[in-house]
Design a protein around this ligand. Structure first.
Ligand SMILES: [Zn+2]
Ligand SMILES: [Zn+2]
Length: 428
């Protein structure tokens, strides 16, 4: 499978996420503009006339500017990228689809079809990932949007309040626009959308700001949690130090900049003392080895086409309600073989076995299926999956420890901090 080509702006816009987001912004702007124009006809509110439109449209411009900056994308690992030092390849995972090594902090996004630099999450509202290059404008968008929504709510509520307190009575002649049931519905919709968007976006903003201050993406949070679990289960493992947390101030300056231009190239990262460029990827690889070891091959006993309707009709409302939202479910047929690596009460996550030729092309089919698809004939094996993971196998553990030790005492190149390395590469 070849890596995806960059999408045009039009193609990126033709998706329910940007269409819904821009339509909601449109309704709020039209309703707030309508309310402002009507309020001007009242002598008691003329004081807002001078700066209202300026404030409103300046805020709209900031919202749209940051939105389309974020729309520009997170930046991808170059096709066929490999570390400058050949020996470093063993500390990195290889992506068959991008035909490149996964740079530290990058992950492959199946929706974008590429390995994303410092991937945080795939955002449907901008129809691309949030990562290294667009996290700053994305956060600016999350800040300006609630500000605009609250401003629009104040204008719309003000208009409705004065309308229902009869301040508009006898002014039909002086009004620039009519007042009827449609325009009242528009104003009420504007308030509802503004409040809903402001609340939802403020939560997202909080999550993003926490992520910036700790210099830890949502995916890295998850990996750190797994690192802690591994050490709870196996006391012999060396303590894990998250390498990218440089302190709140430095973390903030690394992402939040007025120019919206991120620091660094998204491949080499400054790390704390005692860690190196690959401290995190080594932990990630050890977790993958453990996950592979924990996987159980199961034979599928029931068909599943991956759709919500099929889930509800064939597997019942409880399975439907518990459908995992953040990762995809996959279609699967009776007698297929799947390696299950994660387990929930009603769903299991696994890799479907596919022909070797398709694997060579970089194809992989992995995701959630209802547990009932594999339950009956594999109940003993599934119970094994549900047990808490113990630790790495002796051989794998030795390998991981060996890599860890190697990077601590390793080559001169490995011990160099991020910034000098980047300069060295540029000079080449
Ligand atoms: Zn990739
Ligand atoms: Zn993506």
């Amino acid at each position: 499978m070849a890596p995806s080509k960059p999408r045009s702006v039009i193609r990126q816009l033709c998706h329910w996420g940007p269409i819904v987001a821009l339509s909601l912004i449109g309704v709020v702007v039209v309703s707030a503009t309508y309310s402002s124009i009507q309020l001007y006809s009242l002598p008691s509110v003329k004081y807002i006339k001078k700066f209202n439109f300026f404030t409103m449209y300046l805020n709209l411009w900031l919202i749209l500017y940051s939105y389309f900056k974020a729309f520009g994308g997170p930046g991808f690992v170059p096709i066929k990228w490999k570390p400058s030092n050949e020996a470093d390849k063993e500390y990195l995972q290889y992506c068959d689809i991008c035909q490149a090594y996964k740079a530290p902090r990058s992950h492959h996004c199946s929706s974008c079809g590429r390995c994303v630099l410092k991937m945080d999450h795939h955002c449907p509202w901008i129809n691309c990932c949030v990562g290294h290059r667009n996290q700053n404008p994305f956060i600016a968008f999350l800040f300006f949007l609630p500000v605009g929504c609250i401003y629009a709510t104040i204008l719309n509520s003000n208009f409705l309040y004065r309308l229902f307190s009869y301040e508009f009575r006898g002014r039909a002649q002086s009004l620039l626009l009519p007042i009827n049931s449609y325009t009242i519905m528009l104003t009420i919709s504007g308030i509802a959308f503004s409040l809903g968007a402001a609340l939802g976006v403020c939560i997202l903003l909080y999550v993003q700001l926490s992520s910036v201050l700790s210099n830890r993406t949502q995916i890295e949070d998850w990996i750190c949690e797994k690192a802690a679990t591994r050490r709870r289960n196996n006391q012999n493992l060396k303590p894990f130090v998250y390498p990218y947390d440089l302190g709140r101030s430095k973390n903030w300056k690394q992402v939040i900049r007025c120019s919206f231009t991120p620091v660094g190239d998204g491949i080499y990262w400054p790390v704390v003392k005692g860690c190196n460029q690959y401290s995190f990827t080594i932990e990630q690889m050890a977790q993958k080895v453990e996950k592979k070891k924990r996987g159980v091959d199961c034979k599928v006993t029931r068909d599943f086409n991956g759709s919500c309707l099929k889930t509800l009709v064939s597997y019942g409302p409880l399975v439907f309600i518990c459908t995992p939202c953040l990762e995809p479910s996959i279609p699967i047929s009776k007698n297929d073989i799947i390696t299950i690596t994660r387990f929930r009460k009603r769903w299991v996550y696994g890799n479907k076995h596919i022909p070797q030729e398709e694997i060579n092309e970089g194809k992989r089919v992995r995701g959630w299926i209802p547990r009932l698809c594999v339950l009956k004939e594999n109940s003993t094996q599934l119970n094994k999956v549900s047990l808490p993971s113990s630790s790495l196998g002796k051989k794998d553990e030795d390998k991981a420890t060996e890599k860890e030790a190697k990077t601590k005492t390793g080559s001169k190149d490995m011990e160099q901090p991020a910034a000098p390395r980047r300069r060295k590469d540029k000079n080449k």
